[in-house]
Design a protein around this ligand. Structure first.
Ligand SMILES: C[S@@+](CC[C@H](N)C(=O)[O-])C[C@H]1O[C@@H](n2cnc3c(N)ncnc32)[C@H](O)[C@@H]1O
Length: 216
């Protein structure tokens, strides 16, 4: 796997996040963790430096997890983080690869996780990716999406626009992501038969964790 811009960011990702949002991204990732009990076959997409993975493994001691990420740097950090958890390495399989080309197993996972990941893709790529995720999910499976979201309140939209413009400028420059603006995955998921089961908002709806149920 070749070097990606996310490798350059990997060692700085934690403090950049805390400098920008304090603990709010961590809270967004973890908000619906208690609702994931019972999930056994899990795929985490674009896991990054392993903070959600660590929390998920500790809360779900029998789950088996596939982690798919493009970045060897991010994946090394995630691996180092879970080494501290007894027997965790035997429960996690790391895959270095591009989710846009990855060979997803069909109807396999009972949980897919995409935290601050779907926002990396432009509309056509996102639409294709969501179709492939729907195929990878077992009947009745769940999809957890933690991400930025356009807030409904008019007052919150101006600072949200400023923050998103800054973030997309930064990430496009450093990582070459295809997205130039935030695309809401909600309509695409609904068109694929997903229904939103739960939702938790932070920062007036600028940060949202959503748990979607796939087709039964
Ligand atoms: C913005 S970071 C989010 C990391 C983490 N999930 C979080 O909650 O902070 C995006 C992650 O997705 C990975 N990524 C970006 N594009 C990808 C792709 N096409 N396929 C697989 N992973 C990708 C990056 O390497 C990075 O680890």
């Amino acid at each position: 796997m070749s070097w990606t811009g996310f490798d350059l960011l990997a060692p700085h990702y934690f403090w950049l996040e805390y400098f920008s949002f304090g603990g709010l991204l961590r809270r967004t990732r973890a908000a619906l963790l208690p609702n994931l009990a019972g999930c056994r076959r899990v795929l985490i997409l674009g896991e990054g430096d392993g903070r959600f993975l660590e929390a998920f493994l500790l809360a779900n001691p029998t789950a088996m997890v596939d982690c798919l990420d493009l970045s060897p740097g991010m994946t090394s950090l995630a691996l180092a983080r879970i080494k501290k958890i007894p027997a965790a390495e035997s429960r996690v399989h790391f895959h270095l690869g591009d989710a846009r080309q990855w060979n997803f197993p069909q109807a396999h996972y009972d949980l897919l996780v995409a935290n601050f990941f779907l926002d990396c893709f432009c509309q056509p790529e996102l639409a294709q990716l969501l179709e492939r995720l729907a195929i990878a999910l077992a009947p009745g499976g769940k999809l957890l999406v933690g991400d930025f979201h356009w807030p409904e309140g008019r007052l919150a939209r101006a600072p949200a626009r400023l923050a998103l413009n800054l973030m997309y400028g930064f990430f496009k420059l450093f990582t070459g992501i295809s997205a130039g603006k935030l695309v809401d995955p909600g309509p695409g998921l609904q068109a694929l038969g997903f229904t939103r089961a739960r939702q938790v908002d932070f920062l007036g709806g600028f940060l949202r964790s959503s748990l979607w149920s796939g087709k039964g």
